[in-house]
Design a binder for this molecule. Sequence first.
Ligand SMILES: NC(=O)c1ccc[n+]([C@@H]2O[C@H](COP(=O)([O-])OP(=O)(O)OC[C@H]3O[C@@H](n4cnc5c(N)ncnc54)[C@H](OP(=O)(O)O)[C@@H]3O)[C@@H](O)[C@H]2O)c1
Length: 350
Amino acid sequence: MKRKVAILGATGAVGQRFIELLQGHPWFDIEVLAASERSAGKKFSEACKWRLESEMPKEIGDMPVVNTTLKEVKEASNVDFVFSALPGNIAGPIETEFAAEFPVVSKASAHRMEADVPLIIPEVNPEHLGLIPIQKKNRGWNGFISTDPNCSTIQLAITLKALSRFGVKRLIVSTMQALSGAGYPGVASLDIIDNVVPFISGEEEKMESETRKILGTFDGKQVQPANMTISASCHRVNVKDGHLEAVYVELEQKPSVDEFKAALRNFVGEPQKLKLPSAPEKPIIVREEVDRPQPRFDRDAGKGMSIVVGRVRSDSIMTFKYLCLGHNTIRGAAGAGILSAELMAAKKLI
Ligand SMILES: NC(=O)c1ccc[n+]([C@@H]2O[C@H](COP(=O)([O-])OP(=O)(O)OC[C@H]3O[C@@H](n4cnc5c(N)ncnc54)[C@H](OP(=O)(O)O)[C@@H]3O)[C@@H](O)[C@H]2O)c1
């Protein structure tokens, strides 16, 4: 039987992607749409300014939007679990309220760095789901919170996991991040036309701390962060979707360029082995053209779930440098949440 889900923040940039990607999903059905009190009480089609190229599904447009409280979501219908696409600054107490009763799969930053909360990329650290029983016991909840990383962190961490066999010592990453990463309406048009904004609040700190947690070791009780030094510089560019990142990595070993590319190209994780519905066949695609990856041409690779790597070169200061590209609202957001939920369903956690 399909699991019924509520989407919190359903009218936002990420909420809309959740709706789009859940159409025809084999395991999950959308049951409740929740947003702020500005939207509550309206039909979804009246509350939501649909910003995707696909049409808003008619049956979704006809659904009511409810307020994002446990009481109102429960009154609307029975659900099995909740996707949260709420703004980071308000998600904390709302997700806590829901987790007392439901599994919460969250795209928000509020709980990511809490010691008993998993920060999951299904291909990278599925074993960190072992924190869930610990969290439920610690907090006395029937449900739990599992989080997905920041969009720019996800694509980086997938490549680093593939490279972990060579021992990653330290890295520098410089991002060129798409506008949809700031939600809607996001960055004011006059700030970004003919421009690059060299600051995204909190982003560099998130890339540095989240990456170490994701690549850390779960010892059965807690996650010991990975021992690597990371320096991130984050920038907003005039691109609709798709974050591009220039990565300079120092490794303990010195593989050849071909071995380095093969490690990326051949990388698969548990979602591929379990054949989860949203798992891309290839988590990482390596391109050989000198001018790829590019956001416009490569962001939809693997239905937006593959990371595209290119321009792999040896580096005179670090060991290698490369570029990686990911679709920020699919692999970086809603697609990541759905894949995490699929993994949890496969492991009977939801
Ligand atoms: N955009 C990305 O690429 C991306 C990637 C990874 C993670 N994230 C994270 O995902 C989350 C959502 O981002 P987004 O880009 O979708 O933001 P967004 O477009 O601004 O959407 C925010 C959503 O939250 C609702 N909301 C706002 N204030 C609320 C309140 N006080 N109570 C209840 N609901 C409220 C909004 O409802 P109304 O329409 O009623 O205002 C809307 O549905 C954020 O935590 C963000 O950091 C985003």
